[in-house]
Design a protein around this ligand. Sequence first.
Ligand SMILES: Cc1ncc(COP(=O)(O)O)c(C=O)c1O
Length: 405
Amino acid sequence: MPHRFSKLASGTMDSFIMSLVDVAARPGMISFSTGLPDNSLFDVEGLAAASAEVLREMRGDALQYDSATGYVPLRKRIAARCRKELGFDAGYEDVIMTNGSQECFDLLARMFLDPGDCMAVENPGYLGAIQSFSAYGPELLGVDVGPEGVDTGMLSEAVGSGAKLFYSIPNHQNPSGNSYSERVRSEVAGIVRGSGCLLIEDDAYGELGYSGRAGRTMKSMAPEDTVLTGSFSKTIAPGMRIGWMVVPEWMRAQAGKSLEAMSLQSGTLCQKIVDRFLEEHDYDLYLGRLRRAYSEKKDFFLDAMEDELPDCMGWNDPKGGMFVWLTSPAGSDAMRIFDAALERKLVVMPGKPFHVRGGGNTLRLNFATPSEDQIRVGMKALGDACRDVLGKRGDASRALLPPPL
Ligand SMILES: Cc1ncc(COP(=O)(O)O)c(C=O)c1O
């Protein structure tokens, strides 16, 4: 008798992203595809010093089991930042530490979704989170997002038809790089307030706005109906796997219980190291350096796009985060550009897998990971790939295109 996976496990979506991580790692490949931060910006020395101090001073306690919901001093630090920078009141008891913010999505799905329940997701939206939700068998209602943020009419409809969750990335979205306007933020908060639909506000890139935060948090406008998820992956180091969620008081006990059932606790050694690192470094100064570095890199990348890509391609100018959203002419197939780029040893990320519907003429480009040399060479390859696929359309005017998402 063969072994059989559960229906829910078999229903989990494939992750195109992770398959590209392997392709991008092949020798000679240049990658604009994944969401990895720039290695050279990790503060290796600072983290090495913090690790040594934690182990020397705390000895065995540094390595022991800890509270299921995480290391209290770090939770206090995160709660203080919520009060100071994110505009809402939170105590450490509201901050639940997880193994990366990815674990929050699994935890929230586990807590709120039964197979067949509806949930709203952005279209396009972050594939990694949607994959995580998909493992619980929900019906996904795609709500379009554009340069101003989510279409609030569509969101109202989804909430009206019973969506239990809405997963949203209001700041420098993955994949499009765009942020919600203030109007959209307050409309979303108004829609979810008291509706029975829980808003998951993913703040993974919130601290990476090049001139500060992109807007107010929706958690500050609808605190009882919102869980804000955060992460040190894009700011300090993804390998440490430190994420968290800030929950309303009514959710605390269930979240602690569900987390304990899932993983007992998250990795508190890394939390202790990061807490020590933050004690010894001014986080705002540190973030300032990071934001400047990414902003300069983004400018370099956009200049290369301007030089190398045919006029028929359109793109945005993100104000933070790590991604540029590229659009080929309506009706063209960006998957073919992906294939043609791959032949030239460049990996880009097609936009279609981020969509519940549409998006066949879109691509996501990460400007954070490649070096300047790689950007120069890779962009030339991308330009050639576009011209190869689009032929004469490569000469059409960019002005004829609709604005990119
Ligand atoms: C929007 C967004 N949210 C969450 C994550 C997950 O990050 P982590 O689990 O490393 O905190 C990512 C990773 O790329 C992301 O892009």
